[in-house]
Design a protein around this ligand. Structure first.
Ligand code: GDP
Ligand code: MG
Length: 350
């Protein structure tokens, strides 16, 4: 007030004024910008380490990669068909499919990212949802350009690769020819002394499907994927849509913790209270979703993007503030043209 300012003890002042007053009083100060709520809370959640005792095994998250028409979607259809009660699948057509399948009480979560652009894009955004990549190679075609790309994406992601040598039912296919090609691409079959499991499959006859599941479960056991179901949930949005009657429907995968109806979440520029959770396969409502569970969720105010991470917060006003600051940030960026938007088109099934 002595400097002619109309302020009191509760007022905020800018750094320059603070510095000036400090100099006046002969006090040394260090200027430091306040951390944003986003940095503070989200970093805290992301870096919270789970104690060894809190960890339990979780289902591996498996992504199908490979050349178009080599059978990714058919393999997933077959796996779902033999493992869950038929006829319950909700009829909503989605671009990215994610399901949890159980075999002998052990779960595997499958993500059918239609094209590997989706895989790469999510990784580029820091959302590495995949634990194991299944490289689908049709036995009649062998390694094709997109197979090569898929191999390099999986290698870059540093995830184990299991090969499904598919369409093995076709007349006259030469598995050895494809295995030679795979070896040339650094994927030496275990039966040839390498470390890559190659499973001969047919999505048409079902040959090798049990073996494929078994192989994935074995890889999962070796890697001991684990998570802490007792912490608040975090994970990734796979895709979202604005529905007329339901509002925003987002498909998310919980990576750690347990997500519950009523939780306050922030996901990219979106926030809200979880209104409902649905099983992605049966469409049935569920009240909570643990680690590695894919869910359809309602309750967000705006559709988040593919690859946006989600976090559970304690306070709706904090969620609103963080989501709001991201929205401001993204509109600033799109004004200056730096943003690369993921469009639904890049997720069209290939
Ligand atoms: P994606 O593009 O990799 O998802 O391939 P799709 O699953 O759409 O399959 C492409 C075509 O191959 C479809 O006509 C399938 O019916 C067929 N197909 C997929 N798997 C097999 C298989 O194991 N054997 C045979 N004979 N056909 C298959
Ligand atoms: Mg497909």
């Amino acid at each position: 007030m002595g400097m002619g300012m109309m302020i009191n003890i509760n007022s905020e002042m800018d750094l320059e004024t603070a510095e000036l007053i400090a100099t006046e009083l002969g006090i040394d100060i260090e200027l430091k910008a306040a951390e944003s709520l986003e940095d503070e809370l989200i970093t805290e959640i992301e870096t919270l380490e789970d104690t060894a005792e809190s960890l339990v095994p979780r289902a591996p998250i498996v992504t199908f990669l490979g050349h178009v028409d080599h059978g990714k979607t058919s393999l997933l259809d077959y796996l779902i068909g033999i493992n869950v009660v038929k006829g319950e699948a909700g009829g909503i057509t989605q671009h990215i499919r994610a399901y949890n399948v159980e075999k002998d009480g052990r779960g595997v979560t499958f993500v059918d990212t239609p094209g590997h652009e989706a895989f790469t894009e999510m990784r580029a955004r820091g959302a590495n949802v995949t634990d194991i990549a299944v490289l689908v190679v049709a036995a009649d075609d062998g390694i094709m350009p997109q197979t090569e790309e898929a191999i390099s994406h999986a290698k870059a992601a540093e995830v184990p690769i299991v090969v499904a040598l598919n369409k093995i039912d076709l007349e006259g296919v030469d598995a050895n020819r494809v295995m030679t090609q795979l070896t040339e691409h650094g994927l030496t079959p275990s039966e040839w002394g390498g470390d890559v499991e190659i499973v001969k499959t047919s999505a048409t006859t079902g040959e090798g499907m049990d073996e494929l599941l078994e192989t994935l479960l074995t890889v999962a056991e070796l890697n001991e994927y684990s998570a802490n179901p007792d912490r608040s949930a975090l994970g990734v949005c796979l895709e979202s849509e604005q529905h007329g009657d339901k509002g925003v429907v987002a498909k998310l995968v919980v990576q750690n913790g347990t997500l519950r109806v009523g939780d306050i979440i922030v996901c990219g520029p979106a926030h809200g209270r979880v209104r409902s959770l649905h099983d992605t396969l049966t469409g049935k409502p569920i009240t909570e979703a643990g680690p590695s569970t894919p869910v359809s969720l309602t309750g967000l105010d705006t559709p988040p993007g593919a690859g946006d991470r989600f976090h559970v917060l304690k306070d709706i006003s904090q969620a609103r503030e963080i989501a709001g600051s991201r929205e401001d940030e993204s509109s600033r960026q799109s004004l200056s043209g730096i943003t690369t938007k993921v469009s639904f088109d890049s997720f069209q099934d290939m």
